[in-house]
Design a protein around this ligand. Structure first.
Ligand SMILES: [Zn+2]
Length: 188
C-alpha cells in the first residue's frame, strides 16, 4: 500500500486532514459481520447477482450507520480491460463520486483467477471509504492517505471480526508513504 502524494495547493488542507483521521466509528453490533459472512457464502456459489445482492445489503447497512446517501454497487465477473486507474490499489474495484457507484470484480483481468474473499471484502471496504470521504467528511477528493488506509483497515477488521493491527509506515520519495509490512506484522 502506497499513499498518494499531497496535492500542491488548494486541496492540501483536506489532504492533511484525511491523513490525520485514523479511526472510524464502528457499529457495536454484529450486523456487518453477519452480512460479510453472507457475502462469503454467495462468493462460493460464484453467482455475481447473488454476490451483488449481499454487497448491496452491506452498503445499505453501512450507509445507514454512517448516515450518508446510499451508494450503488455493481459486481462484475471479470475486470474490464479499461479501468480508470486511481492508483496501484484499485485492482479489484473502483468508486465513482459522480454516480456514487462502486464496481467490484470477482476475477482478475489477466489470469482470470477468482478474487479471494478477503481481498474482495477489503476492496468493498476500501471503496466504501472513498464514498465516506466525499459524503461524510466532505473532502473535495478522496486521496489514499495514511489515514484513509487506517480507516479502511478499521472497517475491514471490524466486518471480518479480526483484530486491528497497528500500521507502520515508511517514508518514500515525493512525500509519500508505504506500509512497513515486517513491522506491521510483528506489531512493534
Ligand atoms: Zn482507492
Amino acid at each position: 500500500m502506497l499513499t498518494d502524494a499531497a496535492p500542491r495547493k488548494a486541496n492540501r488542507a483536506g489532504f492533511l486532514e484525511s491523513d490525520r483521521i485514523k479511526m472510524l466509528d464502528l457499529p457495536q453490533d454484529g450486523r456487518l459481520l453477519a452480512i460479510a459472512e453472507s457475502i462469503e457464502q454467495t462468493m462460493k456459489a460464484t453467482r455475481a447477482s447473488d454476490v451483488r445482492r449481499a454487497c448491496a445489503e452491506f452498503l445499505e447497512a453501512t450507509s445507514q450507520f454512517y448516515k450518508v446517501s446510499d451508494c450503488d454497487v455493481r459486481v462484475l465477473a471479470a475486470r474490464p480491460l479499461r479501468v480508470r486507474e486511481n492508483g496501484a490499489t484499485e485492482l479489484f474495484g473502483d468508486y465513482s463520486p459522480e454516480t456514487m457507484l462502486i464496481r467490484l470484480w470477482m476475477r482478475t483481468a489477466v489470469r482470470k483467477e477468482i478474487t479471494s474473499f478477503g481481498t474482495f471484502l477489503s476492496t468493498l471496504c476500501h471503496e466504501f471509504c472513498h464514498h465516506l470521504d466525499f459524503q461524510q467528511f466532505g473532502f473535495p477528493d478522496s486521496w489514499h492517505t495514511r489515514g484513509f488506509y487506517e480507516r479502511a483497515a478499521a472497517l475491514y477488521h471490524h466486518v471480518r471480526g479480526t483484530p486491528l493491527k497497528r500500521l507502520f509506515w515508511i517514508p518514500v520519495a515525493g512525500g509519500r508513504w508505504r506500509i512497513d509490512w515486517p513491522r506491521t506484522n510483528r506489531g512493534w
